[in-house]
Ligand binder design. Sequence first.
Ligand SMILES: *Cc1c(COP(=O)(O)O)cnc(C)c1O
Length: 380
Amino acid sequence: MAFGHRYTGLIERYRDRLPVHDDTRIISLGEGNTPLIRLNNVPRHIGRDVELYVKFEGLNPTGSFKDRGMTMAVTKAVEEGSKAIICASTGNTSASAAAYAARAGITAFVVIPDGKIAMGKLAQAMMHGSVVIQIEGNFDDGMRLVKQVAESAPATLVNSVNPFRLQGQKTAAFEIVEELGRAPDYHCLPVGNAGNITAHWIGYCELSASSGEHVTEACTFCKGHCRFAGGGVAGQRPTMVGYQASGSAPFLRGAMVDNPETVATAIRIGHPQSWNVAWKVQQESGGWFDECTDQEILAAQKLLTEKEGVFCEPASAASVAGALRDIRTGRIPEGSSVVCTLTGHGLKDPDTAISQAGSAPLKVAAELDAVTRTILDNMG
Ligand SMILES: *Cc1c(COP(=O)(O)O)cnc(C)c1O
């Protein structure tokens, strides 16, 4: 056992691969270092022999992968002298921005849609003391507005169009390769703005190359912030697979969607900000996009909670819903290693969880007999 080694977040951990200086004040809540959990029961349940893992990003400090990007974005905003940050959000970006702004001692302005925001996420944004601006519109409307506002207002935009966000998020790929000793054959993610699938690809490409500044066409998106350190596992990169909700699937339609709808509110996005670069990721990796119905998404969420003890939010379950279908049909062949990113925690959206849980608590008298009988009636 090694004593005295406190984990202090992903910037310290991957300092040589991130755009920070020796004297940069790092704004961290100990994000990253999330578990890569091997699923045992689900592959057996579908009768397929695959090495299936979930990277449980819901165990980041504010309950989603957004913290990986936010530690970088807020660290750089503070370094540049910014006193405020601003974002549009379906919920998790606002929760994360609010927390890291609180940590840094600056103000967060968060623009959220009218309704359709999960209760846990709203609670976080409010508790961390951000200024919550609810607009009569959806995420895409909010995004258009904050981009315009950030041009003149003294607030740094921390949506994933901020290149430092993807730099922080690429570290998830580093952690996976460190644990497996190689890249998985397939990496499956839910896709909203498509920033995260792009960030993972940048991470895998950096590890697989042996030299060079920009290691992937997608990496040109980093606008020169990518500081590639060399080394790593040569020539191994996964096939990247992105899943969207059917009601908000611009990558499947091949065009922007104006009125996106899905129970998976975190990916209720019709105008993805990383549109062009995500197509490059798909082409470079030989991967694909596919869609899942809300029903498939909720079924996968339930399957993970019931069969594996892992509780993710609906959007996250899209990665598993899609992967299981592609494993069943053989598009992802048996014998493959597959990582699905579980982007956010199930506790974020208690309303959706309770409404689909199926069973209500059993009401019984506060007596030994009644409780014992209920237990015997419900065994196995
Ligand atoms: C933000 C988010 C997504 C979508 O990620 P993109 O980078 O926008 O594609 C998926 N799931 C959850 C839980 C999120 O918070």
